[in-house]
Design a protein around this ligand. Structure first.
Ligand code: PEP
Length: 247
């Protein structure tokens, strides 16, 4: 799928949810949508279901990917999944640096850059996530946190970064039911856009994530530097997810 900045992108992050039966129902509804009424959209599924996603979505305009990737190509890395393995299951995208992985699994900026590179090496688009925690937000460290997270990815160079998607996700908004205000998110997106300009990667898409639903998504989409959404909970209910992609 060709991803253009002019087209809005909405990605559903299933996290560790789903079952073969539930996925069949959800994916079958997604595959039957009239794409002329929806923006570009895709889903990020748990590893064991990628084969099922490939089978049901193959031949559609919907893109899909995984929620994590190894920074290594192969070898003695028990439990890890390589870029080549994701490629075999038709993944065109992979989440990298989601806050749940940064916080719960202690992934560092260096790990995240390594994973983004591994994805790019096989033409899988990394969707790189950035965001401040509640403590950092309360102590007014948002811009410095975002600057250090984004800088470590920009070290990969403008050419590489131009092939990525970024997603700003304030950690305090994820799964809380309460999104950031669109104006607040726009300020951070504009800040990230300024950093991207310095490496000549002006036109990549920057998604907003954190309690996006059909009832608030439009207020983000009107913002000049918000190019779509990364959606967690609302992506598990087909009508809620399609309510966002249809705006
Ligand atoms: C996410 O998982 O990245 C996310 C944004 O979740 P939610 O939409 O549930 O806040």
């Amino acid at each position: 799928m060709i991803i253009k900045k002019s087209n809005r992108l909405v990605l559903g992050n299933w996290k560790m949810h789903g079952s073969i039966l539930e996925n069949t129902i959800l994916l079958s509804k997604l595959r039957n949508v009239d794409h002329s009424l929806h923006c570009d959209f895709g889903i990020l599924a748990p590893f064991p279901y990628l084969s099922q996603v490939l089978t049901i979505l193959h031949g559609t305009k919907i893109c899909w990917g995984a929620q994590n990737i190894s920074m290594y190509n192969f070898g003695a890395y028990t439990g890890e999944v390589s870029a080549a393995m994701l490629k075999e299951f038709g993944c065109s995208l992979v989440l990298v640096g989601h806050s749940e992985r940064r916080i719960l699994y202690k992934e560092t900026n260096l790990d995240i850059a390594g994973k983004a590179s591994a994805a790019l090496s096989l033409d899988i688009t990394p969707v790189v996530c950035f965001g401040e925690t509640l403590d950092e937000y309360n102590s007014k460290k948002t811009f410095s946190v975002i600057e250090s997270q984004v800088s470590s990815i920009l070290e990969l160079g403008g050419k590489s970064v131009s092939r990525m998607i970024f997603s700003y996700e304030p950690v305090w908004a994820i799964g809380s039911g309460s999104a950031a205000s669109p104006e607040y998110a726009q300020d951070i997106h504009a800040f990230i856009r300024g950093m991207l300009h310095q490496v000549g990667a002006d036109s990549i898409r920057i998604l907003y994530g954190g309690s996006v639903k059909a009832s608030n998504a439009a207020s983000f989409f009107v913002m000049p530097d918000i190019d779509g959404a990364l959606v967690g909970n609302a992506s598990l209910v087909t009508d809620d997810f399609l309510g966002i992609t249809k705006l």
